[in-house]
Design a protein around this ligand. Structure first.
Ligand code: ATP
Length: 236
């Protein structure tokens, strides 16, 4: 897989000839990729190909078994878990399963990364309110996660990923459980973030979503197949 050619500037995530194995044979092998600010990528591939694993390697949840992964120029294998956690605050992750705490309100869930990193949600209440408004969630601020619709959950997961103002958004199947209209709404939010200069990577099976996105934003489509990361064909 070639490195991204034309974007100048700092590489926020760099994977160099990495492999990853959960213990058996390699799930991913000889994978290289650089992500720059302002880039937009889709990640596709069959179920079980390793898309979630790849995203975890990008944000330092997993360390490659071979090769080097760098965040902001720093080799993850040489860093402590605490240092990785600090750097990871600059990456917003939208998890496939959303992972909310059901006893906290939606607003409290979205603010949780602030609390965890020692910042005061009260001091950033305007930021929180703006973000919830932008994601169309103001009216659901006090709702508990089990009370939310699928689309509200996905937008809340995106809002939580954005509360720390990350440079990069890695979204794992962010439109997995929503209808086409909501998929388009989520895509509009993600493309707007990209226009603000953030790097976006979306793992998805939804080829219609990719085709729609390509009419709005210059996106590269990557595919994991047979353990390798490849550029997908232009027919997508
Ligand atoms: N913690 C783990 N321990 C062992 N094997 C794992 C672990 N996590 C994932 N795997 C295996 O690695 C493979 C790739 O999983 P991964 O979730 O990365 O694929 P995926 O492409 O995201 O799949 P999907 O599209 O179904 O979400 C699967 O066979 C999965 O069972």
């Amino acid at each position: 897989m070639q490195k991204e050619p034309s974007k100048a500037g700092p590489r926020v995530i760099e994977l160099e000839n990495i492999a990853y194995s959960y213990g058996g044979g390699d799930l991913l092998s000889d994978v290289s990729l650089s992500l720059s600010p302002g880039s937009f990528h889709f990640l596709t591939g069959p179920s079980g190909a390793g898309k979630t694993t790849f995203l975890k390697l990008c944000y330092g949840e997993l360390i490659p078994t071979e090769g080097q992964a760098r965040l902001y120029g720093r080799d993850l294998a040489q860093m402590t878990r605490d240092d990785i956690a600090m750097l990871r605050r600059r990456i917003g992750v939208v998890h496939q399963d959303c992972r909310f705490l059901d006893h906290l309100s939606l607003a409290e869930n979205i603010a949780l990364p602030l609390t965890v990193s020692g910042r005061s949600p009260a001091a950033e209440s305007q930021n929180l309110a703006d973000l919830m408004g932008w994601c169309g969630l103001t009216h659901r601020a006090d709702a508990l996660p089990p009370e939310l619709s699928g689309g509200e959950r996905q937008r809340a997961a995106l809002a939580r990923a954005l509360i720390m103002s990350p440079d990069i958004i890695l979204a794992d199947e962010p439109t997995g459980n929503v209808d086409w209209e909501m998929s388009q709404r989520l895509l509009a939010l993600l493309t707007e973030l990209n226009r603000m200069g953030k790097a976006v990577m979306i793992a998805t099976h939804d080829l219609a979503l990719i085709r729609m996105a390509k009419t709005r934003v210059q996106a590269r489509v990557l595919r994991i197949a047979n353990r390798r990361l490849q550029l997908a064909g232009a027919d997508l």
